[in-house]
Design a protein around this ligand. Structure first.
Ligand SMILES: Nc1ncnc2c1ncn2[C@@H]1O[C@H](COP(=O)(O)OP(=O)(O)OP(=O)(O)O)[C@@H](O)[C@H]1O
Ligand SMILES: [Mg+2]
Length: 485
């Protein structure tokens, strides 16, 4: 028989728990405050505690902290109706086993309890769990109530206090950098430097020196010695953004730092030791780069110790409304104006859109809508056409990263995206394939056929200048092909 302790000051919750867990395998005890719960625990020795965060008297987080001091092996599931990022992260940092948002469905609750009880059983065999950091007053500003985001918050809480290397993956604009910063803010290193390096923005030949520094005279232009980011950030955290874009030499050096904490400056030969936590991010499928031998496999595994996959916005549509409100408030605060409201059909349109540019795109759309909106509410006419559907609303041109007017397939993925994916499948099968020229040639050919050889019209359809079109025709020897047909 497993002993379950419920700490919640709401009688309704106590009542429904009594009904839900009225089964022979479980003995349920209830307490109506944190203080009462703390008194019961030493006598009862429960296997699992379920506790509300918001309670009169001592709140759930504080009670959790005390429980962990008493018995760090006791599993605690926190519950709350007020799901904010902050409490979810805090709860996990304090070592909560899980975090549940109210109202929860009974099946899910039972499932989590069963899982926790099994874990509690397993835990009795293993060494005690170290409670993590003290809570700190940092508002991480990551909005999300959807399940996939709750999972992300839990992971942030779990990895923050460790020194583990974290690999954050997700489409562009999903919030990878935000998550990296949240991990840093919640880590033991949060009083030490945090440096972000965008590996894709720095020219290849300079990246190595940016990261590791160089000795004077090590290459043309290296007129002074330079201390690299890894050295500057000793004892701190380095965020390697767009990690997929790196030369093999730099990859090798990164691997060495991760393995031994040492490296040499470019052109130098004395090893330098550093203690730096690495958080990396990419929006490219690194597994594919590994398969194509563009990215070192050993480095990939070394980075992939903890993987944090951020779901695209279209897989958490529930968060759209929250994000819109968040951005409205944020912009209003920045501009010291009252926040505007949004009409219901705006939210609906936004919830249905496929968001190829994810949260960044949503942020831009809200910012732009605020500029266009005339009254104190945002209407659907303030949204770009690709969101409301062609023909409605005024637009002054695309502000998003999606192709204007991109048609959507039944799966909700834009047709062009499907097409692009298929091309990559093809290219993976045949290493000789160069995607861009192959596609470009086909498009030019097709456009000329469509327009009966009218170059002005063909160029317009393709979205290129006539001069460029001519160059392509020449480069791909298209006249000959047309004549042959
Ligand atoms: N959950 C969120 N809550 C609030 N703001 C968010 C959230 N996710 C992303 N943002 C905002 O969206 C913008 C893009 O986020 P971020 O730069 O972290 O994305 P990214 O995944 O690093 O994108 P890229 O791959 O293009 O570099 C930022 O302004 C960020 O503040
Ligand atoms: Mg980024």
């Amino acid at each position: 028989m497993s002993k379950l302790l419920l700490i919640d000051d709401e009688e309704d919750v106590q009542y429904s728990f009594k009904r839900i867990f009225d089964v022979p395998e479980i003995e349920l005890t209830t307490a109506s405050s944190g203080e009462e719960g703390l008194k019961i625990i030493p006598k009862l020795k429960p296997d699992l505690v379920l506790m509300d965060i918001r309670m009169g008297g001592m709140n759930g987080l504080e009670t959790l902290r005390r429980i962990r001091q008493m018995d760090s092996r006791l599993l605690v599931i926190l519950m709350t109706a007020y799901g904010t990022t902050q409490t979810a992260i805090e709860a996990m940092k304090l070592g909560a086993y899980d975090y549940l948002l109210k109202p929860f469905d009974v099946l899910k609750l039972k499932e989590i309890v069963a899982r926790a009880l099994k874990a509690a059983h397993d835990m009795r065999q293993v060494v005690s769990y170290q409670p993590l950091l003290e809570s700190e007053d940092y508002e991480s500003g990551i909005v999300g109530r959807s399940e996939p985001m709750q999972t992300v918050f839990k992971l942030i809480g779990q990895v923050a206090g460790t020194d583990a290397t974290v690999l954050i993956t997700g489409e562009s604009g999903t919030g990878k950098e935000l998550v990296a910063r949240a991990i840093y803010h919640h880590s033991n290193r949060n009083t030490q430097p945090f440096l972000a390096v965008n590996c894709a923005a720095i020219p290849e030949q300079l990246l190595e020196s940016e990261l590791f520094g160089h000795e004077r005279g090590s290459f043309t232009g290296a007129t002074v010695q330079r201390v690299g980011k890894f050295e500057q950030c000793n004892a701190g955290t380095i965020f390697l953004d767009e990690i997929g874009d790196m030369t093999p030499a730099t990859q090798t050096k990164i691997l060495r730092v991760l393995q031994s904490g040492t490296f040499e400056r470019v052109g130098g030969n004395s090893p330098i030791s550093v203690d730096v936590r690495v958080i990396a991010a990419t929006n490219k499928p690194l597994e594919e780069a590994v398969a194509a031998r563009q990215f070192r496999e050993d480095l990939f595994y070394r980075l992939n110790v903890v993987r944090l996959q951020i779901p695209p916005l279209r897989e958490r549509r529930k968060d759209v409304r929250l994000l819109v409100n968040y951005f409205l408030k944020k912009f209003a605060r920045d501009q010291k104006t009252a926040p505007k409201s949004v009409s219901g059909d705006v939210i609906k349109a936004l919830e249905q859109y496929h968001w190829p540019g994810n949260v960044r795109e949503l942020e831009n759309i809200v910012r732009r809508a605020l500029v266009v909106a005339k009254g104190d509410a945002i209407l659907s006419s303030d949204l770009p056409v690709e969101i409301t559907g062609a023909g409605t609303g005024a637009t002054t041109g695309p502000v998003t990263m999606s192709a204007p007017g991109a048609a959507q397939s039944e799966t909700g993925v834009p047709e062009v995206v499907m097409l692009a994916r298929r091309l990559f499948q093809w290219a993976r099968k045949d290493p000789k394939v160069k995607i861009l020229p192959a596609v470009e040639r086909e498009l030019v050919l097709q456009a000329l056929k469509e327009t009966n050889g009218n170059q002005v019209q063909a160029a317009k359809m393709l979205g290129m200048t006539r001069a460029t079109l001519r160059k392509r025709i020449e480069r791909f020897d298209i006249q000959r092909e047309l004549k042959l047909q």
